[in-house]
Design a protein around this ligand. Structure first.
Ligand SMILES: Cc1cc2nc3c(=O)[nH]c(=O)nc-3n(C[C@H](O)[C@H](O)[C@H](O)COP(=O)(O)OP(=O)(O)OC[C@H]3O[C@@H](n4cnc5c(N)ncnc54)[C@H](O)[C@@H]3O)c2cc1C
Length: 813
């Protein structure tokens, strides 16, 4: 077969991800697709994978993606005639201590929430299932019967055959060497065997994806890390259908293979491979065996499976795999190049993800938008920070080292910090701020009172900051607090067509007079919520857009990508130009009035308005909004003046008892008020109607906008899911999200957010209640509710209105 000179879509890489993507592009979309592999199919990381296939993740969508993989692997042989080696052996996760056990109880509840049946077993039950295992130290194990194992090369060959059967053209020994680009798009893929003109490119080049991306100017922040496992000779008494085992307290995993065991692990001192380019001639290659480094796993594994002490080791595999700074893979449209899509960085679960990742990536490539909420794996979760290879390497090694550590709630990474600090960093540190990090920014999570050590002490129950955050919370409700939100992402959209562009992009009506703010969602074509932000009209042709810290790349890409063809509107990221001080609480006006000559009375400066005001000689954009349900202003200050303005507020606020407040109090305050958080409560899977945000959609106006058609189609018909709030009285309960919602004893959904409301003195959760017929007001109101928390049922009360709603005159007057 000769290399074509043209193709609609070129997929780069013949590992499991490239082959799965090509298969789905050809099967589901009948696309004209060419796959290029520089060596032989599977010759990168795929051929030497251990082949464990787990499904449960903390994101419902990613769990769905992994479940899809399993369904695909089960049935692929029937279609292609090539077996995948899929065996549904089930998976045991072992627990040797109380915190791990709590983690599994929560995990089992998450599994139920996502429609999977995870059970908890006693040590005796574990022993009966896996007699060769030493179980004396076990508290118990979780058991997911539908997990299993497969043969990585066989799946990939089967997918490749399926792709060919559906019309894809796959080429081996063809290396992509560069791209021709025009106006930020790839027009031609240059290869060792000639050029291919194309419309779209999918970068599935595994650990080479970073350097392949760089050829088109895009950043794929992954880090190759050495990962080892051994394959033993036959072990007497080991069943061929023995469940796979994960023994996180001993950092090891096991899988039966031809009567012996595959055993590997995640060490706390991982070994990065190069931070430079990966050699192109790394076909079917491995590193030398490193028994010194592997010794730590060997000792732990022998303690678990004593037969390992005497059985011979047939082979050691020491291969590179790409890992990422947050342990999640990387999917989607690269922000720097309009037509390069990425599927890479699979963190040693590429075999488990392969089928599903190819399915959603193919859909994404064809539609230009993700088919479901894939935010946790979206390439737009990164920023310029992730161009720093050493930073990416350090954070990735930390994430690798934590692969099997207990996942405590609210845990922060430690490496590569501090990286980006607000001008207030030193001041807040002096006030005992305990910082967290978000997209590289240090942000105060809470302030330790005198006598309390300013650091997080993690635990499964209430953590050491609980009471201090309660004080901060009450302070904002009763007096006044300042939040340093300088890390907010901020953009300016300007030009004669700026309004026209935003009219199309925003679901709410932004065509308001100069000086007005609009809270709006940005929708995809399915009517799902792609972003949630505030737009301030500064001038006829200038809009100031403010969104969450973590959404910086995502939201600017979404807006930039959807500015209509030929419109004169320019989007500029001005995040670092402005510090943001949110002055919130009933005494906020008193403080503000004391530092500015501008009239800040309600008549002169009503809710939902933006004004330029002067504080300490600096011109400030003051936005009258709130995310906490109190009177307040977001003050957007020229970055260099942030410290001075903060000092002025603190001095003027002294008599009003002003104090700095952190992000954990903010979370508690917004939960009480019922403000939705994008990424958890509202996602691309949810429409504004389902989320109870229909009031913020301009359906009654005769203006077209993205998502309008989808919403019109469903408007007037019954909603099958609706967002609701829940409270739980029991003070010993800790809500974190993903707890199952029971209505009259039946599961109807799960929590998307969970936390504690200090004013209410109750646990608070939010989530969607689902019903196949309709979720009517009556359906919601008439049920008896419980939440399943770490496998225990606890009574809950449903709320359809904000749980805390101070009289409107307090916030909006
Ligand atoms: C020791 C080890 C154990 C593992 N165990 C498991 C496990 O138990 N379960 C699990 O789910 N996952 C496991 N994994 C992870 C799994 O192997 C990977 O996640 C998966 O194989 C990644 O597939 P890929 O297609 O992204 O990458 P690859 O298989 O590396 O494929 C990328 C391909 O792109 C090609 N390419 C690169 N540059 C170019 C270019 N310029 N032109 C053309 N082609 C190019 C390469 O040659 C390569 O074949 C393990 C990994 C390792 C290292």
């Amino acid at each position: 077969m000769t290399l074509p000179s043209q193709a609609a879509i070129v997929v780069i890489g013949g590992g499991i991800i490239g082959c799965s993507t090509a298969y789905h592009l050809a099967r589901d979309h009948k696309a004209d697709v060419v796959l290029l592999e520089q060596g032989k199919l599977t010759s990168g990381s795929t051929w030497h994978a251990a082949g464990l296939v787990g499904q449960l993740r903390s994101s419902a969508s990613i769990t769905r993606v992994l479940k899809y993989s399993v369904d695909l692997y089960k049935g692929l042989e029937a279609e292609t005639g090539l077996a995948t080696g899929w065996k549904m052996t089930g998976c045991l996760r072992l627990a040797t201590n109380a915190d791990r056990w709590t983690e599994y109880k929560r995990l089992a509840t998450t599994a139920k929430s996502f429609g999977m049946d995870m059970q908890l077993l006693s040590p005796a039950e574990v022993k009966a299932m896996w007699p060769l295992m030493e179980t004396g130290d076990l508290v118990g194990a979780s058991w997911l019967p539908t997990d299993g194992q497969a043969s990585p090369s066989d799946i990939t060959q089967s997918l490749a055959k399926g792709a060919r059967m559906h019309g894809a053209k796959l080429f081996e020994d063809v290396r992509v060497t560069g791209f021709e680009m025009k106006d930020g798009r790839i027009t031609v893929v240059k290869t060792s065997e000639g050029d291919i003109a194309c419309d779209k490119v999918v970068n599935c080049a595994g650990q080479w994806a970073r350097q392949v991306g760089a050829l088109a100017g895009i950043n794929v922040p992954l880090q190759p890390v050495k990962h080892q496992y051994i394959i033993t000779e036959k072990i007497d008494g080991l069943a061929t259908d023995a469940p796979t085992i994960r023994d996180p307290d001993r950092r090891t995993y096991f899988k039966e293979e031809v009567g012996g065991l595959v055993m590997g692990g995640y060490e706390p001192n991982p070994q990065a491979w190069t931070t430079g380019d990966v050699p192109n001639d790394w076909e079917f290659r491995l590193f030398d065996d490193d028994y010194d480094h592997f010794e730590q796993h060997m000792m732990q594994a022998i303690a678990r499976v004593p037969a390992l002490e005497t059985v011979g080791v047939k082979q050691m595999i020491n291969g590179p795999e790409s890992f990422t700074p947050d342990g999640n893979f990387i999917l989607g449209t690269a922000p720097e190049c309009a037509n390069m899509f990425v599927g890479a960085g699979f963190n040693a679960f590429g075999i488990a993800s392969g089928g599903g990742a190819g399915w959603v990536l193919a859909q994404w490539v064809v539609d230009g938008e993700a088919p479901l909420d894939l935010w946790v794996v979206d390439i737009r979760r990164f920023s310029n920070l992730h161009r720093d290879r050493q930073w990416v390497c350090d954070r990735t090694l930390e994430a690798y080292g934590k692969h099997y550590t207990i996942g405590f709630p609210h845990e922060e990474y430690a490496s590569g910090r501090p990286r980006i600090v607000s001008p207030l960093y030193d001041r807040l540190k002096q006030q005992n701020a305990v910082f967290g990090s978000k997209l590289g920014w240090e942000r105060p999570n809470w302030f330790a009172p005198q006598g309390i050590e300013p650091r997080d002490i993690y635990s499964m129950g209430r953590q050491n900051w609980f009471a201090a955050v309660g004080d901060e919370h009450r302070h904002v409700r009763e007096r006044v607090g300042v939040f340093d939100q300088s890390s907010f992402a901020k953009y300016e959209l300007s030009g004669p067509d700026a309004l026209k562009a935003l009219d199309w992009i925003c679901a709410n009506d932004v065509s308001r007079p100069v000086g007005r703010l609009t809270y709006t969602q940005l929708l995809n074509t399915r009517g799902g919520i792609e972003a949630d932000l505030t737009v301030a009209r500064l001038a006829e042709e200038t809009f100031y857009i403010v969104t969450g810290t973590g959404f910086r790349t995502h939201d600017s890409s979404w807006i930039g990508d959807h500015i209509g063809e030929g419109l004169k509107a320019t989007l500029v990221d001005v995040t670092e130009d402005f510090g943001t001080l949110s002055l919130m609480g009933p005494r906020a006006r008193d403080v503000l009035a004391a530092v500015t000559d501008t009239d800040v009375s309600n008549a002169a400066f009503p809710f939902g308005h933006v004004r330029e005001i002067a504080i300490a000689g600096h011109t400030i954009r003051a936005l009258r909004v709130t995310y906490v349900g109190e009177l307040g202003w977001e003050l957007h200050v020229p970055i260099a003046a942030t410290g001075e303005v903060f000092d002025a507020l603190m001095a003027a606020g002294k008599k009003h008892d002003i104090r700095p407040v952190g992000y954990r109090a903010l979370e508690s305050l917004r939960l009480e008020k019922g403000y939705r958080a994008w990424g958890s409560d509202i996602t691309p899977n949810d429409t504004p109607q389902e989320a109870g945000l229909g009031w913020a959609v301009k359906l009654r106006k005769n203006t077209d906008f993205i998502g309008r058609r989808a919403l019109e189609k469903t408007s007037g018909s019954a909603l099958k899911k609706r967002f609701a709030g829940f409270t739980v009285d029991d003070p010993d309960i800790v809500l974190l999200g993903r707890e199952t919602i029971l209505r009259n004893g039946e599961p109807v959904g799960y929590l998307t957010s969970g936390g504690y409301g200090y004013t209410l003195g109750m646990n608070i959760g939010y989530g969607y209640v689902r019903n196949a017929d309709e979720v009517s007001d009556d359906f919601l109101a008439s049920g008896d509710y419980e939440l399943v928390v770490a496998m225990e049922r606890t009574p809950a009360k449903i709320h359809l209105e904000p749980m805390y709603d101070p009289a409107a005159e307090r916030v909006k007057a």
